[in-house]
Design a protein around this ligand. Structure first.
Ligand code: XLS
Ligand code: NI
Ligand code: NI
Length: 433
């Protein structure tokens, strides 16, 4: 036991009326929602990087947090792991996620990186024997170190491609060993700053070959989890290749990977792409590639990735409505890819940030489930498209322009506009949130 969270009790569900800051008001893991335990619906995960590796810097100032595990030795990496698992236990978190660089010190070369990672993986594995917390996903950080400044898979330098491929292999091995349920790729440096020095055609080919190798390796080692790509439109590169769900789907089709790879969709990234989160989720579900979510918001005014904990129940409800409608998570879950504000220095801030977010998500989930069970929205949507249920209308979709013209003339088709009834549906929606 470390003393980092000294005095902070394990959180339990106490209901909405409690005054205890260290309690859940809405997140009640065992409560059954639409036939499933809340914990099994939401599948919350703690992001190792923001909670334990981030130092509190911003573009104008450096470290604000003073954590006893900061530094680059294996002993400190193990202290960090001790504190992390204590936090998972305090929160009763079912899952966590990590990058290689969050959990192990950077070595002098590839071999030392791998040794460090393997030692920490063994340390995690030992902890996981007595912890309920499992691994939602693992990933490789192919964006922080300066070697990745011009890309990882899409780097003009083949040596960086090689380093990246080898690193992803070690991270897939680590994820597999720890029983991870997914493996994520966020292409932080897969993009470009200027076309003056960039060959788009080559870079796409490299990225396609890279992802194909990831899929092949998954099958080779018998990893049963999902491979997930996380789209993001900008930041850090001016142009990120994995812009949004639609863009990534096009990329997957191009390389024949659409049945092998799903999406990890982040709320804040959806907004940066000029979409709503529910748009991205709904599109992914309709394409059969909805995998998992990063439930962290950005500030709506600042236009960059501030990675804040969710605080808006109606927004979160819209997202879970799409997730529930799609049948819920299978291997995926709700990862909080969220960091504290840099002034939030105390150990309790870490606990309360997550606890509040979990309560917001629980309320959103319950609202979404209630509306889905009510059925009014789905009925209204079906009614709007009901004309397409008639065989003569359905047949048009495999007809041709000339035959349709003949039909319009023969039947005297003359459409009458009908209301989309948006306000009625918004009022219905607002009864539940
Ligand atoms: C950054 C991404 C990152 C991924 C994991 O914006 O959200 O944190 O989730 O590499
Ligand atoms: Ni992000
Ligand atoms: Ni993310």
């Amino acid at each position: 036991m470390t003393d980092f969270f000294a005095g902070i009790p394990k959180l339990a569900y106490e209901g909405p009326e409690t005054d205890n800051p260290f309690a859940y008001r809405h997140y009640n893991p065992d409560e059954v929602v639409m036939g499933k335990r809340m914990e099994d619906h939401l599948r919350f995960a703690i992001a190792y990087w923001h909670s334990f590796a981030w130092e509190g810097g911003d573009p104008f100032g450096g470290q604000t947090f003073d954590r006893p595990w900061f530094g680059s030795t294996m002993d400190l990496a193990k202290l960090k792991a001790d504190v992390a698992f204590e936090m998972f236990d305090i929160l009763g978190a079912p899952f966590f996620c990590f990058h290689d660089a969050d959990v192990r010190p950077e070595g002098a070369d590839f071999a030392e990186n791998t040794r460090n990672l393997e030692e920490i993986v063994d340390y995690f594995a030992a902890k996981m024997e007595s912890s309920k917390t499992r691994l939602l996903w693992g990933t490789a950080n192919l964006f922080t170190n300066r070697r990745f400044m011009s890309g990882a898979a899409t780097n003009p330098d083949p040596d960086v491609f090689a380093w990246s491929a080898a690193t992803v292999k070690t991270c897939m091995d680590a994820t597999h060993k720890l029983g991870g349920e997914n493996y994520v790729l966020w292409g932080g440096r897969e993009g470009y700053e200027t076309l003056l020095n960039t060959d788009l055609t080559r870079e796409a080919e490299q990225a396609g070959a890279f992802l194909s190798m990831v899929v092949d390796y998954k099958h080779k080692i018998g990893f049963k989890g999902a491979i997930l790509v996380e789209p993001k439109p900008q930041e850090p590169s001016k142009h990120q290749y994995d812009y949004d769900v639609a863009t990534v789907y096009g990329f997957l089709k191009r390389f024949g990977l659409e049945n092998e790879v799903k999406m990890n969709i982040e709320q804040g990234h959806a907004i940066l792409a000029g979409h709503s989160f529910e748009h991205e989720l709904s599109l992914a579900a309709s394409l059969g590639i909805l995998g998992s979510i990063d439930m962290n918001r950005n500030d709506y005014q600042s236009g960059w990735d501030t990675d804040q904990f969710p605080d808006n129940v109606p927004e979160v409800a819209r997202a879970y409505y799409e997730v529930l409608k799609a049948g819920g998570f299978t291997s995926g879950g709700t990862n909080f890819d969220a960091k504290l504000r840099r002034q939030s220095l105390d150990a309790e801030d870490l606990i309360l940030g997550h606890a509040g977010a979990m309560d917001v998500c629980a309320r959103g989930l319950k609202a979404a489930a209630a509306l889905l069970e009510h059925g009014g929205l789905e009925e209204a949507r079906s009614a709007r498209y009901a004309g397409w249920d008639k065989p003569e209308n359905k047949a048009m979709l495999s007809s041709d322009l000339a035959s349709i013209e003949a039909r319009v003339k023969a039947e005297g088709i003359n459409p009458e506009p009908v209301s989309g009834r948006q306000e009625r549906l918004e009022n219905l929606w607002n009864r539940f949130v």
